[in-house]
Structure formats: structure tokens, C-alpha cells
Design a protein around this ligand. Structure first.
Ligand code: SAM
Length: 256
């Protein structure tokens, strides 16, 4: 396995260019498509206790805090968390950040969070099943887990050196490198991610007593299309999928 195959190392290396990409409005898919749909699904967060899982440099974590939630952000990339903490110093929002692997949320209390969000990251988490199990542990009974991922039916993946439609090999789990090389980037970078069939995500939720309550396939509005013509494809087919699930109200988790 090369260094580029290592998820955490790749994100640490990418963090500087990623921060610039996200904070300067160059992440059109986030601003034009995913965030409007995800925050609509999330709804009012005032006074909710929220964990933003795999929060990166904290862009969406800050939105949640500005909307009145009490927010904790975790990510396993030290440089991402450094960037998030630096922003918290500049604009204090009361966010607590921790460097934590999503699969071992050590120190986070059982049955504590009203909402766990995971924006466009679950596809990057190698052991996503254990991450979902941890989410279930820390959620309060009746609490929600909302995550977004690239739509596995429509994404493009890189296999055997070629970019192909994932649908061609839909049932395979594929670990592959994304090359971020759009002209608008400060500098190109690479990250490591996974294609998995939707069944894998839904089975993992089911095993952890998280029951799917809503599903959104964000559509580009005409207004957003005027601002982000680059996202044109999303007028016809979804680029991402957003899932809301609820922890069974009768499940109170207790760590042995
Ligand atoms: C595409 S970025 C998204 C970041 C953030 N959620 C956002 O919307 O800006 C994916 C993030 O997942 C994090 N990540 C991947 N695997 C992880 C794991 N096992 N535990 C914690 N964070 C992880 C990476 O470090 C990276 O910051």
C-alpha cells in the first residue's frame, strides 16, 4: 500500500489546499447543492447537543453552532482540527474540537447527543460499520444521525487507472484515490475514498438500531443553476444522497 492509499495521511497532506477550497467558496457542490438540502433536512438545531463527525476544518460545524446548537466536532486529521481550532480562536462559537477516529469515539458519553451529522465523509471512513455503531452508542434514544455521501449509483470512481461509472461495478466495494485537480484549486491534491453499495450503509444502520426515516437526493434549483452552471448535471440526476436515521427510542446504550 502506498502513502496515497492511507486515508488519514492523505487528508493531512491535503488539508491546506482543502481549507482554501472550502473557505473561499470554491466548493460549488457544497454551497449550491448539498448544504441547502442537508440543512433543510436537519431543521432547527437551537439548543440541540450536536456532534459533527469527520468535521474536517469545521465549515459546517460552524454553521450548526451559529444556528444555536451546542456543537462538538471530531476528525482524525490533526491538521484539519488545527485549522478548525484556529478559526474557533478567531471567531469563538463555543465549539469543542477533538482529534478522534470515528470508529472509536473515546471520551464521548453514551446516550448524550441529540443529533450526529456527518457531511460527505462516511464514504471516506474505512471501517464505516464501527463508526455507525459508535454513533448509535453516543446518540440519545430517539436522536438522529444525518449523513450525506456521493450517490453510489451515479458517482464516478477510479479503478485500474481508469475513471468509470460506479454503476458498472456497483456491487463491488472499491477503495480508490480521488484526484482533486480542478483549475480553481490552490494546488491539486489526492484523497482516498470508498465506493460501497447502498445496502452496506443501510445494513450497518440496521445492525446499530438506527432506523431510516428520510432520504433526500438533492436537486439543483434553477436559481442555483444560474449561480453554479458547473453543477448542471445535478438538474438531471443526483450527485449525492442524504440519509436521516433515528436511534430506536427503546435503546439506551450502556458501555460495559
Ligand atoms: C470530504 S472531507 C469532509 C469534511 C467535512 N465533513 C466537511 O463537510 O467539510 C472528509 C473528512 O473525513 C475525515 N475522515 C475520514 N476518515 C475518518 C475517520 N476514520 N475518523 C475521523 N475522520 C475521518 C477526513 O479527515 C476529512 O476531514
Amino acid at each position: 500500500m502506498t502513502a496515497e492509499d492511507h486515508v488519514q495521511q492523505a487528508w493531512d497532506t491535503a488539508s491546506h489546499a482543502w481549507v482554501e477550497f472550502v473557505r473561499t467558496g470554491k466548493d460549488y457542490t457544497r454551497d449550491g447543492l448539498n448544504n441547502p438540502a442537508t440543512f433543510e433536512l436537519i431543521g432547527n438545531v437551537e439548543d440541540l447537543v450536536v456532534l459533527d463527525l469527520a468535521c474536517g476544518e469545521g465549515y459546517n460545524t460552524r454553521i450548526l453552532a451559529r444556528e444555536g446548537a451546542m456543537v462538538t466536532g471530531v476528525d482524525f486529521s490533526e491538521s484539519m482540527i488545527d485549522a478548525a481550532r484556529a478559526e474557533e480562536e478567531t471567531e469563538p462559537l463555543g465549539i469543542h474540537y477533538h482529534i478522534l477516529d470515528a470508529t472509536a469515539l473515546n471520551g464521548l458519553t453514551d446516550n448524550y447527543f441529540d443529533l450526529v451529522t456527518c457531511f460527505m465523509s462516511l464514504q471516506d471512513i474505512e471501517d464505516f460499520g464501527n463508526a455507525i455503531s459508535e454513533v448509535s452508542r453516543i446518540l440519545t434514544p430517539g436522536g438522529r444521525f444525518i449523513f450525506s455521501i456521493p450517490h453510489p449509483c451515479f458517482e464516478k470512481i477510479r479503478l485500474d487507472g481508469k475513471k468509470i461509472d460506479a454503476a458498472q461495478r456497483y456491487f463491488e466495494t472499491a477503495k480508490y484515490v480521488i484526484q482533486w485537480n480542478m483549475e480553481r484549486l490552490l494546488k491539486p491534491f489526492r484523497t482516498v475514498t470508498f465506493h460501497r453499495p447502498l445496502t452496506d450503509y443501510f445494513e450497518a444502520l440496521h445492525r446499530s438500531h438506527l432506523y431510516v426515516s428520510r432520504l433526500v437526493e438533492p436537486r439543483l434549483t434553477e436559481k442555483a443553476y444560474e449561480k453554479y452552471p458547473y453543477l448542471q448535471e445535478a438538474l438531471r440526476k443526483p450527485q449525492s444522497i442524504i440519509v436521516e436515521s433515528v436511534k430506536s427510542a427503546s435503546r439506551s446504550t450502556r458501555t460495559q
